[in-house]
Design a protein around this ligand. Structure first.
Ligand SMILES: [Zn+2]
Length: 326
């Protein structure tokens, strides 16, 4: 296999893992992110930034604490205001496994899409452990929804592997529509999650078996960042997002966490040898859009490549979508 596969060569490490100038002291403040560095004016003004990983839902677990800033406005207005401040025109609104069912995800997706003036793009999710009928039902409903832009799955939270056979109809649907399938990867917010299901290596199998589907490893596979980088490097149909690597300024060692996340991101990008399949994401409301974009801006990469990460790659990937099956 290795002899015949064409793939982009690994570039030597481009960055030096600096970004040390970016973090500022934030201790003791609940709303420090509003005082952070502004990205360059040109980037803010271009309106092409796209956030691949946003949440805004009535099913968000413990919204009173699961937010980077206890004072943040967890509404469409609050989110779009932060998007405007960072020059983010649109984003994927990822539906949650905690929703009561597929109908609920689609209803909420449509509501938010409309309320945001089309800026929060609709997605859905399904839990295959609820059985084959649930999956068939989900796929039937998705088939009636031409606006759907992506499917998000939660293997660690719901205790299934990405290569679970019950997901075959989901992958068929994603291939027909040419919309990506995202996996929550790595650590789970919920201690009842089982993280063996959320390792990047488990996605390699579906990536090989479903070459006609594009997959996204969320959170750079954190903490398995190098493992995620390898799965992305090896498989041209696998992407990764940069979301949720740092959480709240309320947590100890926040500055160190930011510095560590930046180093790890630089390492992962160097291991992939390309930024073509790296997607900027925040995981708002867990991470501020200001910090999430700043970590990309701090990368030691040329402007054009940072712009690819900040939106170009997302638009190319999501632009493949067909509104109905081929
Ligand atoms: Zn998330």
């Amino acid at each position: 296999m290795g002899m015949t596969r064409q793939r982009p060569g690994r570039r030597s490490a481009n960055g030096t893992g600096t970004g040390r100038g970016a973090p500022r002291s934030r201790h003791g403040s609940e709303t420090p992110n509003r005082k952070g560095e502004k990205p360059p004016a040109a980037a803010v003004g271009n309106g092409h930034r796209f956030d691949f990983h946003l949440h805004l839902s009535q099913y968000w677990p413990q919204p009173e604490v699961n937010r980077y800033d206890l004072g943040l406005d967890f509404t469409v207005e609050g989110l779009t205001r932060e998007m405007d401040a960072q020059g983010i025109s649109d984003g994927l609104l990822l539906q949650l496994e905690s929703a009561p069912g597929v109908e609920a995800t689609l209803e909420e997706a449509e509501l938010m899409f409309r309320a945001s003036g089309g800026r929060l793009w609709p997605t859905s999710t399904v839990d295959p452990t609820r059985g084959a009928d649930e999956v068939a039902h989900a796929v039937a409903l998705w088939g009636q929804n031409p606006e759907l832009r992506a499917i998000k799955l939660y293997p660690g939270y719901r205790h299934f592997y990405p290569h679970d056979e019950r997901l075959a109809p989901v992958y068929r649907f994603a291939a027909e529509r040419q919309i990506p399938v995202l996996y929550h990867q790595g650590d789970t917010l919920d201690p009842m999650g089982k993280i063996k299901f959320s390792r990047p290596i488990e996605v390699d199998e579906v990536a090989v078996d479903h070459r006609d589907v594009n997959f996204v490893l969320c959170h750079l596979g954190n903490p398995w960042v190098e493992e995620a980088a390898e799965v992305v490097y090896k498989n041209e149909n696998v992407y990764t997002d940069t979301s949720g690597l740092v959480w709240s300024p309320r947590l100890p060692y926040y500055e160190r966490q930011i510095a560590r996340a930046q180093r790890r991101m630089e390492n992962a990008l160097a291991a992939m040898g390309t930024v073509d399949r790296v997607l900027y994401g925040s995981d708002w409301p867990l991470e501020s859009l200001e910090l999430a974009t700043r970590m990309i801006e701090s990368l030691d990469y040329p402007r054009a490549e940072k712009d690819q990460i900040l939106g170009g790659n997302a638009r190319r990937l999501l632009g493949k979508r067909r509104r109905s099956p081929a």
